[in-house]
Design a protein. Sequence first.
Length: 248
Amino acid sequence: ELGLNGKCVLITGASGGIGCAAALAFAKEGAKLALVDLDWGERTQAVKDAIAQTGAEVEYIACNVADFDAVEKAVKTAHERFGSLDVVINNAGITKDGLVMRMKEQDFDSVIGVNLKGAFNFVRHAAPIMTRQRSGRFINVASIVGVVGNPGQANYSASKAGIIGLTKTVAKELGSRNITSNAIAPGFIETAMTDALSDKVKAELNSHISLRRLGKAEDVARLMVFLASDAGSYISGQVIGVDGCMSI
Ligand code: NAD
């Protein structure tokens, strides 16, 4: 018994690879799902079908996480529907790769806006609810790139390093209210995001993975479930790698 039955779990970027795996994993534990993504139109039908199969209670929320006011509404929608907000998973993320010398200002701003400010927006609007509940869990998806950097990803790695700072500060500020805050740092996980990489880059990354396989979205989802569960109640302010031993 993980203690997640009936809990309200909000997941951003929930139609993507890791987000969808997370939604399915939490559904299996009896959680109620508030699933946030840019839209829930036709492109997400397969995800919606998979969620429907689980029989979980679910609210689909279309919201741009970078939009402060839209996030306020999204949090309100989830809270009103389910009566609590127990777990918030800041998972939505984008890449706009390019060498720093050529990076467009707009590509820097948009990646920081979605990846970092998006996470802040949800913390900012969910924390008052969790504070009143005297319980809550924030799980923020960073990346090993936020710890070690990566050529071509100045914007992305800065956003992920920022998420780590946000995570630790929230853990310190809100710990006394029984709210935990942790970051997950995935390595190389097979999703649409990494599909876009060239075979050369993939082979190079693969050669650094001691476990000799790429990560699966489920590998990340299982850690999310653990951190959100009763078993994770004394873990806060941490950055936990899920990377097949890629980062050491
Ligand atoms: P993905 O592209 O499959 O999913 C990302 C999701 O975020 C998509 O559904 C997309 O629609 C959504 N999204 C993008 N911008 C949004 C916005 N403004 N508002 C709301 N939703 C938005 O990628 P993924 O691999 O599942 O990535 C999930 C998270 O994991 C990201 O934060 C990513 O940076 C992180 N991550 C992934 C890897 C990897 O190897 N795949 C490694 C490290 C970290």
